[in-house]
Ligand binder design. Structure first.
Ligand SMILES: CC(C)(COP(=O)(O)OP(=O)(O)OC[C@H]1O[C@@H](n2cnc3c(N)ncnc32)[C@H](O)[C@@H]1OP(=O)(O)O)[C@@H](O)C(=O)NCCC(=O)NCCS
Length: 212
């Protein structure tokens, strides 16, 4: 399969929002807000344009990954800059062909080139442990409340970077989304039915699960 990966361009914006909507629709909740997140992210100060990639197959955009700046803060309130990806999306009909993995691997390679130290994400371990992400608890990185979510994962880009401290993760505030804004924004897209899928139950369980 001949996929190419390049930075997202302005002409891709609508396609990327549509593909994000297709990938996430009814997956975690009824409907989704990730397409709005993608739209909002691009004009946010934490957005990292150099790490915004699309995957192209036979001239069609089939996948996207986006990163924002984040940080971790240690017990003495010292801050270390980190980066966070998400959303990552592949059009449903193109999933399970290696496109998501290619986007992750490519972006990690470029992130190393730009000298970023670490990637911290919220995501399903099944999708990311194969790319060497570990539970954030293994690096003593908690959420803002000092808890260790099952879904909080970290990847060292510089070996040993987390050692010797206890950290709290601070994601970008771009993830604080107003649901009325999502509803309004979604009106620009073709109607899709919001409905229950069992994946929503799985997401609900995973997002309320913490490591002891
Ligand atoms: C998560 C997501 C980005 C992964 O993208 P993807 O392109 O399907 O990822 P890959 O193809 O690289 O890997 C998926 C699986 O397909 C398998 N695979 C890859 N190439 C394959 C091939 N040619 N034939 C069969 N299986 C293949 C991989 O081994 C992997 O299997 P695993 O899940 O058992 O480990 C995509 O499924 C998606 O957009 N999902 C909806 C949105 C979402 O959940 N985003 C992440 C939020 S945490």
């Amino acid at each position: 399969m001949d996929i190419s990966i390049r930075n997202e361009q302005e002409k891709d914006y609508r396609k990327v929002e549509e593909l994000t909507r297709e990938a996430f629709w009814n997956l975690h909740v009824k409907g989704c807000d990730e397409h709005y997140l993608v739209y909002k992210m691009r004009s946010h100060p934490d957005f990292i344009a150099n790490l915004d990639f699309v995957a192209i197959l036979e001239g069609k955009i089939v996948g996207n990954i986006m990163y924002t700046k984040s940080c971790i803060v240690d017990e003495s309130n010292n801050k270390m800059d980190t980066i966070t990806f998400g959303p990552i999306s592949v059009l449903p009909e193109y999933q399970k062909r290696g496109i998501g993995s290619a986007l992750i691997q490519h972006s990690i390679k470029v992130a190393r080139k730009y000298d970023f130290k670490a990637i911290i994400i919220h995501g399903h371990p099944h999708n990311y442990c194969k790319h060497c992400f570990k539970s954030s608890k293994d690096y003593k990185i908690s959420d803002s409340e000092g808890k260790y979510p099952y879904s909080l994962l970290a990847l060292e880009l510089k070996k040993g970077i987390f050692q010797g401290h206890i950290w709290k993760y601070c994601p970008s505030d771009v993830f604080n989304i107003n649901h009325d804004d999502v509803e309004e924004y979604d009106k620009q897209f073709t109607h899709k039915k919001k409905e229950y899928r069992y994946s929503q139950e799985e997401f609900s369980i995973a997002s309320r699960t913490y490591i002891d």
